[in-house]
Design a protein around this ligand. Sequence first.
Ligand code: FPP
Length: 253
Amino acid sequence: MGLLESIDLNKLPKHVAIIMDGNGRWAKERGEDRVFGHHQGVISVREIVNACAEIGIQYLTLYAFSAENWNRPVEEVNALMELLVNTIRKEIDELDKNNVKLHIIGDFASLPAICQKELNEAMELTSKNTGLNLVLALSYSSRQEIAEAARKIAMDVAAGKLKPEDINENSFKNYLYTSEFPDPELMIRTSGEFRVSNYLLYQLAYAEFYFTNTHWPDFRKKDLIEALLNYQQRERRFGKTSEQIQTNTTQHV
Ligand code: FPP
């Protein structure tokens, strides 16, 4: 039996979130420029998106550019923005054909105008698609997202649209960038780092974390399948005991 066939399709995570780390180190190890690593990273993005669509993952969120990444050397920031625009231009018809729906989370307004235009067109083009939801986190900061949610809630309360007693976990979720997505059940970080780096802090509350030493440009379909198999071996207890889970495997919090 191949790796792919070993996956239990009834136990797939609905939502996988990935921190694509290690492009720079991958390039440095080969005596190349960091930007070369990002270009190679796009090949992994394409393969992982296709693999998720094929396997039947419903949501894939990729940390493509953090709010903190603006502090990188300007040449690298510009190269990443250019790569983003060129990749969207090049791949969007294929994504559309494969029924992928594109979403963006993050501080969209802080992106260069050309990126916003390209991304808006791509989201519009794929808006009716019903397959994989591909969520790109761009200029994303989880703390900023949570602070912004608090500000919007305060404004709604001040405007009389929301009562303070109606603020709870469920209503709070509606104010996050991710309001229309289920929480990720699996978070993968490549390149041997064991941090969350301001990524989906609220949404990852019950996620399983999977860390691998593989740098992102080397992370391909077989690596994704290994992560999914590892996830499927975990017991997700949601605060309950192992015995409770084993006697009632269908009950989730
Ligand atoms: C982390 O590697 C990677 C990034 C900050 C950017 C990720 C971007 C891509 C894979 C390409 C563009 C994406 C799309 C969706 C078109 P790093 O530079 O932090 O690596 P290092 O830790 O080894 O320096």
